[in-house]
Design a protein around this ligand. Structure first.
Ligand code: FAD
Length: 297
């Protein structure tokens, strides 16, 4: 289907984009990679009368290390997947490299993904597990928002009218930390059936000092699995401990049955992914180089 007719505005700066949004009101939408917005417009689930294009604003796509790892909102998934800097926090590479296919990764942006807050998106569980901060700019100035406070619900964020995301900052991982993000997918260009993000810090080769575990896809927002984190914290990460994590994940997951699989299938998948992700995160925390890829079934 063709989208509704719209007027196209090419913003030359973030302040011009904010002014345009303020002037045009609810009928205007920002255009980043277009990988969520354009399909929705073609289905006429989104019918903006104006698009404000962010793609020609200088210095909005970058990866910098300055106390944290910072990503300009317009940084493409593919740039993050190819970045040696991002590789230093391997869970970021797991996420970026596994999003859809090269076409989507070459256009889709980290800022657009977070703004969309699609419950099946990959970035939310990973940015929650790493404790990221979202910077925004709007008519009332700049804000810095903890990712936990930024995503409010499915497709709902704390972004105010005419406010845009400028940057996402991921804290540099503490020493002896490691993370992993693994999703189960039918094939590359589709969203996941279930996903798990794990970020661990260890005291010695076996004992977990801290853990953050989030499920993606299995609820309206990414789900924190506090019971699994508590089971690991201060404990040796043994096979039995990892089995406790698997059970805690399965207990909290609340998937729906749909065309991607039954609720029980997704719950079992989440438990199995959690085992794999904890294992990979632990090995990375020990300093091992571990390749992680999504599972396709
Ligand atoms: C076939 C296909 C498969 C996909 N599979 C996956 C997948 O497996 N995992 C996954 O995570 N994603 C997937 N995606 C989505 C993809 O990751 C998109 O890149 C992402 O959801 C949106 O980013 P975008 O830059 O394309 O944003 P757009 O589509 O341009 O924008 C999305 C929304 O965010 C708003 N917005 C954009 N940038 C900003 C900003 N800086 N500040 C405020 N608001 C902003 C827009 O106004 C719009 O409402 C898939 C997409 C397609 C087409």
């Amino acid at each position: 289907m063709y989208p509704r007719a719209f007027q196209y505005h090419r913003a030359k700066s973030q302040s011009e984009a904010i002014s345009l949004l303020s002037e045009l009101g609810d009928d205007a939408k920002l255009l980043a990679g277009g990988q969520s917005l354009i399909p929705l417009m073609k289905l006429r689930l989104s019918t903006p009368g104006h698009l404000v294009d962010l793609n020609f604003i200088p210095d909005t796509s970058y990866i910098r290390r300055n106390g944290a790892l910072t990503f300009g909102a317009m940084t493409r998934h593919a740039e993050i997947a190819a970045s040696a800097e991002a590789m230093q926090i391997p869970i970021l590479h797991d996420c970026a490299a596994g999003i859809a296919d090269p076409q989507v990764r070459n256009l889709g942006t980290i800022g657009g993904s977070i703004a969309e807050a699609d419950p099946t998106g990959d970035w939310a569980p990973v940015l929650l597990a790493t404790g990221a901060t979202v910077s925004t700019l709007g008519p009332d100035g700049a804000r810095s928002i903890d990712i936990h406070d930024f995503i409010l619900d499915a497709y709902t964020t704390t972004l105010q009218p005419a406010e845009l995301i400028t940057e996402i900052a991921v804290p540099l991982a503490a020493e002896r930390s490691g993370g992993a993000y693994i999703a189960l997918k039918r094939c590359a260009p589709v969203y996941a059936n279930a996903s798990v993000a794990v970020q661990l810090t260890i005291d010695d080769a076996h004992t977990c000092k801290d853990a953050r575990i989030y499920l993606g896809v299995l609820g309206l927002t990414a789900t924190r699995v506090s019971a699994a984190e508590d089971a690991l914290r201060g404990q040796a990460v043994t096979k039995q401990r990892i089995e406790t994590v698997r059970q805690a994940v399965m207990d909290i997951a609340q998937p729906n049955s749909d065309m991607r699989g039954t609720a029980d299938y997704k719950r079992q998948a989440a438990g199995a992914l959690a085992k794999l992700a904890v294992g990979a995160a632990l090995r990375r925390a020990r300093g091992e180089h571990v390749e992680v890829t999504h599972l396709y079934a």
